[in-house]
Structure formats: C-alpha cells, structure tokens
Design a protein around this ligand. Structure first.
Ligand code: HPA
Length: 269
C-alpha cells in the first residue's frame, strides 16, 4: 500500500513545478472554484499510476495544479464515492498521495440534506464535526505509519480555520450555519425514519462523502476545513421528494457564496 502511494506521488512530483501545501476536493457546490485557478496544469486521473479508475465513462476527473487565492494549490476535480463501488482504500487514496506530496491543509465541500429544523435550503454549513456512519472504516487494516494506530478525532475540523471562515463570512455578508455532518454510504437518500434517527444521533446534515477523506487526512496530520451546502430538508413533517437534479440545482444556487468563502479562506490560511 505505502509503496503504491509513493509510486503515485513520485509520478506526480515529476509532473509538478510547484510544491503546493494546499489541496481542495471540489465537491458539489465548488465546481466554479476551478475557474479561479490560474497558471493551470491538469493531469487526468486515468494518466496517474494506481489512481482509482472512474466507473462512469467520460467522467474520469482530473488533478488541477495552479494558483488559487494566491497560493500554489492542488485541486481534485471529481472525487471517489463509496456508493460507486470503490473500497475505502480507493476512496481515500488521493488523500494519502497528498500527504506524500507535502500537502498541509485540505479543503472539502459537499451537498447534504439537513435534519436541523432551523436550517433552510441553500444554507452553507461549516462542518464542526462528523459522525462516521459508513459500513467500512477507511483506516481498517494494517496501519500505514503516517499516523498512530488509534488516531485522535477530537478536532477533526481545524478550529482556527473555522474561526477564519466565520470572520470572512461576516465580512462579505454571508450567513453560515455550524453543524455536524453525518456520512452514509448512499446511494439512497434517507427515509423519514432514517433522518429522524440521524437527528437523534446529533447530526445537522447528512450526505454521502467527505467523512472517509477527513478521517484519513487527520491520520496523515493534514488539517481540514469542510463546508456543506444544504440542498434538501430531512426534518419531520417538512420532507418532500428529492432527486439528484434538485440537489444539483440548490448547490449551484449557493455556489457563488461558497466559492467566495473558500477563495478568501485559502488566501488567509
Ligand atoms: N442525504 C444524503 N446525501 C445527500 C442528501 C441527503 O439528503 N442531499 C445531498 N446529498
């Protein structure tokens, strides 16, 4: 495993002219951040040795190297979801490669349904903590010596970055929520009873990504900032039918605010 990660990193280093310490996983709601990257150099996932191969034809994804918020950055356009059939080792492989490349800070975004009655569609939620509800743990198996066998998770989302994001949101007049993100395997959206259960667990938002990558980043000593756009309501009595298109539409509408916060946060991080 370690050798595979290092081989991938060696290949990427041979293609890189910069030494970024910032990485971004461009999830739902952050697609337009790509347009803000300058001095771009793109590497298709399919050209990277050992990188997971996309299950969807024509959606292979790519790594984008360039400058964002004045910083040398590495962006992942396209992430690997557990529901697509990837193992947790594959889902989190790019984060381990980031560790080998010298990445110190990881920014992630996603879309989610809310279980919090005080949230609305289009709200941005800064992730303060998560609940791992995936059926497989990304660190299961032989420990890779990037971190301890039993990693601490008391501050999975960096408090200083959260403080900075709050300050930026206030400056630019964007309302942000703070909450707990629960990650499920998907691909179904939740039944009303599942949303109710997740609320009882302490979740404010539910989605199908992020948690595995954040766990592995923490294990690797990479600090994390995460933000979620609320695209649907999972609150008892308010639940309506939802489709992937609804999620996409709501995420697209919130995209300018999300992008503005991220760009400035990367600049100040
Ligand atoms: N549940 C799970 N994943 C999601 C949701 C949801 O309600 N909305 C967007 N992604």
């Amino acid at each position: 495993m370690l050798q595979t990660i290092q081989e991938t990193a060696t290949y990427l280093k041979s293609k890189m002219h910069t030494h970024p310490e910032t990485a971004i996983i461009l999830g739902t709601g952050l697609g337009s951040l790509v347009g803000e990257i300058t001095d771009k150099h793109e590497i298709k996932y399919e050209d990277i040795p050992h990188f997971p191969v996309s299950t969807v034809e024509g959606h292979s994804g790519k790594l984008i190297l360039g400058k964002l918020g004045g910083k040398d950055s590495l962006a992942m356009q396209g992430r690997f979801h557990y529901y697509e059939g990837y193992s947790m080792k594959e889902v989190t492989f790019p984060v381990r490669v980031m560790r080998e490349l010298g990445i110190k800070t990881l920014f992630v975004s996603n879309a989610s349904g809310t279980t919090n009655p005080n949230y609305s569609i289009g709200d941005l939620m800064i992730i303060t903590d998560h609940i791992n509800y995936f059926p497989e743990h990304p660190l299961r198996g032989k420990n890779i010596p990037y971190g301890p066998r039993f990693p601490d998770m008391s501050e999975a989302y960096d408090k200083e970055l959260i403080r900075k994001a709050d300050a930026i949101a206030a400056e630019i007049g964007v309302k942000v929520q703070h909450g707990v993100y629960l990650g499920t395997q998907g691909p179904t959206f939740e039944t009303p009873s599942e949303y109710k259960l997740f609320r009882l667990f302490g979740a404010d938002a539910v989605g199908m990504s992020t948690v595995p990558e954040v766990i592995v980043a923490n294990h690797c000593g990479i600090r994390v900032f995460g933000i979620s756009v609320i695209t649907d309501i999972g609150v008892e009595g308010k639940i309506i039918e939802i489709s992937h298109e609804d999620v996409q539409r709501a995420a697209d509408a919130a995209q300018p605010q999300m992008t503005a916060i991220m760009r400035e946060l990367i600049h100040r991080s």
